[in-house]
Design a protein around this ligand. Structure first.
Ligand SMILES: [Zn+2]
Length: 487
């Protein structure tokens, strides 16, 4: 089945731009339609048509670079490329900084409105009504981050990896490739496009929620950027809410309660924010066809365009807050946090739609929006990692973090992390003592770009860090290969 990919690319290269009817003969007064547009949104853009479309657009419009982010090994000789489109800032005006915006479509293969919006966005930036935004914005779009999931109609990528839960472990080639691009380019704004099941709210936007995100960046995202988007959606008569997840007790649905988006660093929205970008989850209803593809695409397009316009409007502030957010924190950071009941008593109205699109009444429930930090640690000067931590070091390097390998053995004063202590936090650390690390060990300085993400991943007690899933229930495991060098 995947043989189609190669064939489709070859055909498009040879033929050039697909026909757009009479418009082409009259000197192209109409932008090149995306494959789904040509089909009247009666069907999705077939995944194998994405590269040919982008190539044709590059030939007809210029102003964009179509590149391969990475080529996936899909077995049986199948090689599947992930396209990335780079649309450089057209010409900077005045003192306004160029704002770098990364748009990710269809991390989840079954949520394809993101792919359609990605293609429309690219087209309209280079050859349509969004062209004026390019005077401020430097945009990169990965419209189909999960081509295998799109092709196979699965949420996950090859091997079932959920890409939007993989931004700590980087187990998938797809997420590794995204981080290579992010590390090289350091976007100020990241938009991650998804769809969700039937809900009352047709567009939901998730803001960064991880407690280690720079507070000024979190405030900027929720209270400066998001209202701009909400206003545009209201103007377009699109029913909007900040993203809320439902958490249900497995045995008793009555105990269901609602929270803002999950706190985990592994979600793209949080991971990119920890690295310093204002980043948002953009969800449109619904992946279960309650709304048609044209509607879902249109609603998500309005939301995404509103973000781009907000980025232009708030360019100076966005650049400042993003730069500050990528630096090391001065204060202790969280290693464990959870949502708690909101003392203000805020209740969240939530009405679900069933698969036939009919309302199913649910009660008002408290919106547990308060994040309680249960344990903290001071940021150290850095971490020593011994040879048994090679796998972690590989992941840190894939995120773009600076890792320094020792050429000769070195003795440092370090603190160890007891495995499974009764409580975690500064007081639970072992007393500082001299320890000699052989050549081949690593030094990871804490003071580097994206330090808040680095801290969250590398700290052994971090509940959503790299070790979180690697400690067994009985805590019968070897000591952590990580030692902290106190500041
Ligand atoms: Zn999703």
């Amino acid at each position: 089945m995947l043989g189609r990919w190669t064939a489709a690319v070859a055909v498009a290269m040879a033929v050039g731009a697909p026909s757009t009817g009479g418009a082409q003969e009259s000197g192209r007064d109409r932008p090149l339609q995306t494959p789904a547009e040509r089909l009247g949104f009666q069907a999705f853009t077939p995944p194998e048509d994405v590269f040919p479309y982008l190539t044709a657009l590059a030939e007809s419009s210029g102003g964009l670079e179509v590149d391969t982010l990475v080529v996936l090994n899909a077995g049986a000789d199948a090689r599947v490329p992930i396209p990335v489109v780079r649309i450089p800032v057209a010409s900077a005006i005045g003192e306004s900084p160029a704002i770098r915006v990364l748009v990710l479509g269809s991390q989840h293969g079954t949520e394809r409105a993101g792919l359609e919006v990605g293609l429309l966005l690219i087209r309209d930036l280079v050859d349509g009504e969004l062209g004026h935004l390019r005077r401020t914005l430097d945009v990169r779009v990965i419209p189909m981050t999960n081509p295998l999931g799109v092709d196979r109609r699965t949420r996950g990528a090859a091997g079932g990896v959920d890409l939007n839960r993989d931004h700590v472990a980087l187990a998938a080639a797809e997420t590794r490739a995204i981080w290579a691009e992010v590390d090289e380019w350091r976007p100020h704004l990241v938009l991650d496009l998804h769809e969700l099941g039937p809900t009352e709210y047709t567009v939901q936007v998730g803001v960064p929620t991880h407690p280690n995100v720079d507070p000024d960046l979190a405030t900027f995202a929720r209270f400066y950027m998001l209202p701009q988007v909400a206003n545009q959606l209201a103007r377009a008569d699109i029913w909007f809410h900040e993203y809320v997840a439902v958490w249900e007790d497995e045995d008793d649905e009555v105990e269901a309660y609602y929270t803002p988006a999950p706190l985990e660093a592994a979600n793209a929205r949080n991971a990119f924010a920890l690295a310093g970008a204002a980043s948002f989850l953009v969800e449109t209803a619904s992946s279960r066809d309650v709304l048609g593809l044209a509607q879902r695409t249109e609603q998500m397009y309005v939301a995404t365009r509103a973000f781009l316009e907000a980025a232009v409007l708030l360019a100076v502030e966005l650049e400042r807050v993003s730069g500050q957010a990528s630096a090391l924190a001065a204060d202790p950071l969280s290693i464990e946090a959870r949502y708690a009941a909101d003392a203000s008593g805020t209740e969240l109205p939530w009405v679900k739609l069933n698969e036939r699109g009919l309302r199913v009444r649910t009660r008002l429930r408290p919106w547990r929006a308060v994040v309680e930090v249960a344990a903290r640690l001071e940021p150290p000067e850095g971490w020593m990692i011994d040879a048994t931590g090679a796998e972690l070091v590989d992941v840190l390097a894939a995120h773009g973090f600076r890792v320094e390998r020792l050429n000769a053995s070195a003795t440092r004063t370090v603190q160890a992390y007891p495995v499974c202590p009764e409580a975690t936090g500064d007081s639970a650390l072992a007393r500082p003592e001299k320890r000699t690390f052989p050549a081949g060990s690593w030094w990871i300085p804490a003071d580097q770009l994206g330090a808040r993400l680095l801290f969250t991943i590398v700290e052994p007690w971090s509940v959503d860090g790299w070790f979180a899933d690697r400690v067994d229930d009985e805590c019968a495991r070897d000591p952590y290969p990580v030692y902290r060098v106190p500041a």
